[in-house]
Design a protein around this ligand. Structure first.
Ligand SMILES: [Zn+2]
Length: 193
């Protein structure tokens, strides 16, 4: 890890435990109890440096892939699918619980036309390219598909439901509109798998 480049933001509050996260903007954020000594916070970050290094490296890798032009290699697509199979079921479980909806099986696909879909039976499909999008975009697609468990359409009622779960959904939705097509163009072939 290039330590000199790493900015760590510390937010103190009335909480009892310390936690570490990487924000969508790539900043390292430490949430700590109000009175925890600086040295203890530093030690905590030090202990987590392996995790940080791994996640920041992955972020950089994905950023480079997103900014790059041309087709994704088969190996890159495979890596994204593998990552998606790990991350997306966790996201789905989290939001489904939050929303109180059920779902069927989850499949990860490489598709040139869709980011996700939800069948009447509640089976969910997600595009592996979501792994190249900012985390809030993935959250939005998961919430969107799960809202189809309540409304099988894109009515005002459906969007009200999306907004209830994710008040700022318009931001990631716009990101997909602006960048999604370009990202899908990077898949080989014409069909869907
Ligand atoms: Zn939809």
């Amino acid at each position: 890890m290039k330590r000199e480049k790493l900015t760590i933001q510390i937010i103190r509050s009335a909480r009892r435990s310390i936690s570490l996260e990487i924000t969508p903007a790539g900043e390292v954020l430490v949430r700590a109890p109000r009175r925890m000594p600086e040295a203890e916070i530093r030690r905590f970050v030090e202990e987590k440096s392996g995790w940080l290094k791994k996640h920041l490296a992955k972020r950089e890798e994905n950023k480079a892939l997103l900014q790059a032009e041309g087709f994704l290699s088969e190996a890159e697509v495979k890596r994204l699918s593998k990552l998606a199979k790990k991350i997306i079921p966790e996201k789905v479980a989290y939001f489904a619980r939050l929303m109180g909806v059920s779902y069927g099986r989850i499949a990860i696909r490489k598709q040139k036309t869709k980011w996700g879909s939800c069948s009447r039976e509640g089976n969910l499909n997600f595009n592996c390219l979501l792994m190249l999008a900012p985390p809030e975009v993935l959250d939005y697609v998961v919430v969107h598909e799960l809202c189809h468990r309540l409304e099988m359409n894109h009515s005002a009622k459906f969007w009200a439901e999306v907004e209830r779960v994710m008040p700022n959904y318009r931001v990631p939705r716009k990101w997909l509109k602006d960048n999604g097509g370009r990202l899908m163009m990077r898949l080989h072939g014409t069909g869907e798998e």
